[in-house]
Design a protein around this ligand. Sequence first.
Ligand code: GAL
Length: 666
Amino acid sequence: MFYFGADYYPEHWPQARWAEDARLMAEAGINVVRMAEFAWSLLEPENGRFDFTWLDKAINTLSGHGIQVVLGTPTATAPPWLMSQQEELFLVDKSGVRRTFGLRRAYCPNNPLYHEHTRRIVIALAQHYQGETAVIGWQIDNEFGDRCYCSICQQAFQTWLQKKYGTLAELNQKWGTIFWSHVYTEWSQIPVPLDTIASHNPGLNLDYYRFMSDSYRAYQKSQIDILRQYMPHHFMTHNLMGFKYPFLNNYDMTEDLDLVSWDNYVRMQWLEETNVSPTMPALAHDTMRSLKKKNFWVMEQQSGSGGWEIVSPHLKPGELRLWTYQAIAHGADGMVYFRWRTALHGTEQYWHGILDHHGIPGRRYAEVKQIGQELQEIGDLIAGSPVHAEIAIMQSYDTRFAFQVQPNNRRFQYESHIQAVYNGFYDLNIPVDIVSEKDGLQGYKAVIVPAMYVLTEETAANLEAFAAAGGVVVFTPRTGVKDADNAVVNMKLPGLVAKMSGVEVEEYVSLPADQENTIQFGLPDLEEEFPASVWADVLETKGAKVAGWYADDFYANKPAATLNKFGDGTVIYLGTMGDSLFYGAMARWIAALAVVEPLLATPAGVEVAARTTPRGKLLFIMNHTECTQEVVLNGRYCDMLNGETAVSGTITLPFKAVVILLTDKA
Ligand code: GAL
């Protein structure tokens, strides 16, 4: 079953309206809502007094229209009666300032009193709803993504370190605390990395980020454990924040969940430009799908202009549908729009939902209804069908965290670098998975490993085995620089993967904005040149073949990119970074080496993604541009939203259109 829904806040509206909401939802094809994730002060109006009557009534009204429910645990917004009990309930931010009441997610994740109240409300909810058949799953809290630096967290960090290192001698050695006389003689001396000082010990800082990620994971797990006791068959999820959100290790966080879901906001009030490139949600969807190697839900899909103080640019006709099918094409089995109706009160008065403030169905409702009708035709074919990728991009949270500690170059940003690499494949309509450094690599033909800064022996061995067995591995600058303790490795770069790359970095050059170089490729199928920026690794071959050279500066004519045969496979080392043309050429080169075919060739801005259904490959052709586009098909297909009529040759896609075609060539 395909889950099609809305985030619903019945508590914001008179009960007399609920039946009309449920009727309109059902009429639009909505079969699921998420509710209650911010309703703590109604569910427990005062300490220890629970009241579920209103939520029971809302669930009954909805289920009367065949609508199922995902309930949120309400712990992202604790009521004033709780938060006023103790100052230490509030999180302390990196600058040492304690949060105050007024927004949400203001709590310290390690505060024992917060844990106690969390347990009580979650147990009460679980006991009350365990027999309610309309409830199918639970969302824990809402968008975890903070770091606390308070004294409770400091103590918990010290305990975490004790468990990890055993002795202070070990910790001092791993962190290299002899530098600047930081040798700790008591666990209680160890600080948290507040930014009241300019730069902390890199080992300590990386461990703190890991510890914080573990803290939220443990907090989430404490809720999951309770809910599972009462409802072992309900799914547990959390609404993550896509690819870019950097603070928590999403691979760890989702290990304890059954279902990955995430919140997709394409056009935000905080952005200056109207359009976020469609490559960003595409990468986020692929990342979310890759976390558990399973299809996912979008738990909040933007369905109107976003806005707190400022109203973001509006959604044009067709965009809601386009974003919906983009998510589905990349593996969504659930699509829940944020929010059903725009609020009259509160910070998010201008965060527009499917319905405007007045609650009268308009253009966006009509678009949702159209999608709902389409999904009634093709939803069953789609639900559960996998996305198949032959190329993987590898990311690591240790590397992410370590780059947060030391970005290395002002112009370098790990997430943007991964996005740039991804975009090369996206433009070719080649599906990609985003794997972690710990994932198995079987089944892929090529693995791109952008800037794997913290590189362990296990990761190196994993990649070596993959290349030896015939895979293509691609490295980029800042690979293998650090060990797991965030110490610089005592070897020539790229450290542990130098051997498989057949190359060593003679020296690395950090390029500021006013210094660029040029890389000239000299391969039979790649003879172009590109601007080289941000990093220039000056390479010395140790068995690899040179693929490209620098053109300028003291390292002119030295190797900038290499290709090495390793076992049955190929290892490419790209010593510099480039523009979109550079990554486009890289993607073509890698796809050719790995023998990976694009799904379809399309004009720029027309995306193709696919799901493998029992009836064949289902292609989603999506026009993200403002113009009408033509696409030449590579065979005969059935047009699934057009009575399954046969199509071939050239098809025309108007502004923001989506065409869904089934081929039997799967
Ligand atoms: C999400 C959040 C929602 C809502 C939405 C719009 O990040 O989960 O509750 O706030 O953004 O701002």
